[in-house]
Write a protein that binds this ligand. Structure first.
Ligand SMILES: [Zn+2]
Length: 118
């Protein structure tokens, strides 16, 4: 497994290059200035800013999600009649589940299970 990039080297452009500039929550491709690095395991829950814990989200979605877990926010979106990009979220969580950080990997595996039950 490749070592995680140090957080300071994870740029928005590197995430856009990896993920294609699409918001994982709403599926839109906003202007670059409207994209943010979203923490899959939220910072408030001690999520780190290394590449595998980051996904792209538009500012609006990032703000609306706040510190909810991935599955909790997906559930809220579905109840609101929205269609989160489950394919992108699953791929991001699969990547995170292979993290060298046990706490992050466990969170990702749990979230994948919860998404599977929705
Ligand atoms: Zn969005």
């Amino acid at each position: 497994m490749r070592a995680a990039l140090p957080w300071s080297s994870v740029t928005l452009d590197s995430l856009i290059g990896r993920d294609g500039g699409i918001c994982v929550w709403c599926g839109r491709s906003p202007w670059r200035t409207d994209l943010t690095a979203e923490h899959l395991l939220p910072r408030a829950r001690h999520g780190h800013a290394f590449a595998e814990n980051l996904a792209l989200a538009c500012r609006r979605c990032n703000r609306r999600r706040r510190t909810r877990s991935v599955s909790a926010y997906v559930r809220a979106q579905i109840h609101a009649g929205e269609r989160p990009r489950l394919d992108l979220l699953r791929a991001a969580l699969e990547r995170l589940s292979r993290s060298g950080s046990r706490a992050h990997a466990q969170y990702a595996r749990r979230e994948l299970q919860l998404l599977g039950r929705l």
